[in-house]
Design a protein around this ligand. Structure first.
Ligand code: PLP
Length: 395
């Protein structure tokens, strides 16, 4: 044995992703990449805004002493202050630099949070469908994820979350706009969630945290706004990144914000700063911190995603697919025309269309399409989507 049984198990568990990837590569090799329609990855294809390139050049040219050196583990104080000003606007509460910790993306942020708050055996309740990497992140820090259902339109089911909370629960982890459903949770539902978490914390005699994973906050449609979570519950930690809204996924830059009304804020910050260091991140990338500090409030052209969403949704509707229109993010989560979503994804593969089965997100009976792809991919895939629907009807 070269690696642990646990890692062997994890590799096996996530093997469908690898299989999909391999199948995609095989099809692309056989038919040419332009003839394979790949909707499997959430890798943003809209270019970063022009301001990004200009700022990067200016920041790279400005070379004060020690600019490439270590820094305080939470990040540059001036960048944290700029981020705090933007978070204050988004969350509707005044946040200061002391409540911001710069991280290696939202993934880094989630690991830093969970490292700081989970005791061995603790549970993190999360509504499904969900981003399944959460399982690995919780496990990294001795915890586990407990999945609870959402309503049929993928909005929060408060009763299900409440029923999922027990004396081992440490946090509820939500993601809005959601990957894979595109759903945005309403202010009313977040307020109700906050009230319930207050009551449960008191009843259980332990602090329950709300973790809000928000990398898609700025990618919304039809003028919709994602409500701030801080005013809804005080023991809240927000994590996010610039991976999606500035298309900087490979640059690994994001942050965690602690609600200014949270209990023991200084201990949370001390724990997370040390976690940043001892998880091996040490600090978020220096150059990118300086760049994003100057790009607060700037985003990619969301209109591009809105257009792609219409193109895909109009085409699929016409082909007979059923789905909840995504309110945000760049994913569509249609119903599989047959109960077995893995089998349907195979039918799509026969048509050289690559999608991910909903089962992989704790949402069986559906499949996920990422529409951060070229228009040619969307229009080129439509005949295949139609044929797969026809085939499924004749099964
Ligand atoms: N959370 C969700 C819901 C995601 O979809 C992703 C990436 O796809 C992440 C977190 C991690 O993003 P990053 O670490 O690039 O910020």
């Amino acid at each position: 044995m070269s690696i642990t049984k646990k890692m062997e198990g994890f590799i096996e568990k996530s093997s469908w992703i690898r299989k999909m990837f391999e199948e995609g590569a095989r099809l692309k090799g056989l038919y040419g990449a332009e003839n394979v329609f790949d909707f499997s990855l959430g890798n943003p294809n809209v270019p970063p805004p022009e301001a990004f390139g200009k700022t990067l050049e200016a920041v790279a040219a400005d070379n004060p002493e020690m600019i490439h050196g270590y820094m305080p583990n939470p990040g540059y104080p001036d960048v944290r202050a700029k981020v705090a000003a933007q978070v204050s606007l988004e969350q509707g509460m005044t946040v200061t630099a002391d409540e911001i910790l710069m991280t290696c993306g939202a993934a880094g942020g989630l690991n830093v949070i969970l490292k700081s708050i989970l005791e061995p055996g603790d549970e993190v309740v999360t509504p499904a469908p969900y981003f399944v990497e959460y399982n690995f992140y919780a496990d990294n820090h001795g915890g586990s994820v407990k999945v609870v259902k959402t309503k049929p339109d993928f909005t929060l089911d408060l009763a299900a979350i409440e029923a999922g909370i027990c004396d081992r629960t440490r946090a509820v982890l939500i993601n809005s706009p959601n990957n894979p459903t595109g759903q945005i949770y309403s202010r009313e539902s977040l307020e109700a969630l906050g009230r319930m978490l207050d009551q449960k914390s008191a009843a259980l005699g332990r602090t329950l945290y709300l973790i809000s994973d928000e990398p898609y906050r700025k990618i919304t449609y039809e003028g919709l706004e994602v409500p701030g979570v801080f005013p809804c519950y005080r023991n809240t930690l927000v994590t996010t990144s610039y991976s999606k809204d500035l298309s900087l996924a490979g640059e690994r830059i994001g942050y965690v914000a602690i609600c200014p009304a949270a209990d023991a804020r200084d201990r949370l910050m001390a724990g997370m700063a040390l976690a940043n260091r001892i998880l091996g991140f040490v600090n978020a990338p220096a150059l990118m911190q300086r760049v994003v500090g100057q790009l607060q409030g700037v985003t990619v052209d969301i209109g591009e995603y809105a257009r792609k969403r219409s193109l895909l949704c109009d085409g699929l509707r016409e082909a007979g697919y059923e789905f909840t229109l995504p309110a945000g993010a760049f994913y569509l989560f249609p119903k599989s025309p047959i109960a077995d979503d893995v089998a349907f994804v195979r039918l799509l593969q026969e048509e050289k269309v690559l999608a991910v089965p909903g089962s992989g997100f704790g949402g069986p009976g559906h499949f996920r399409l990422s529409f951060c792809v070229s228009d040619a991919t969307i229009t080129g895939a439509m005949p295949g989507f139609k044929r797969a629907m026809e085939k499924s009807r004749s099964l």
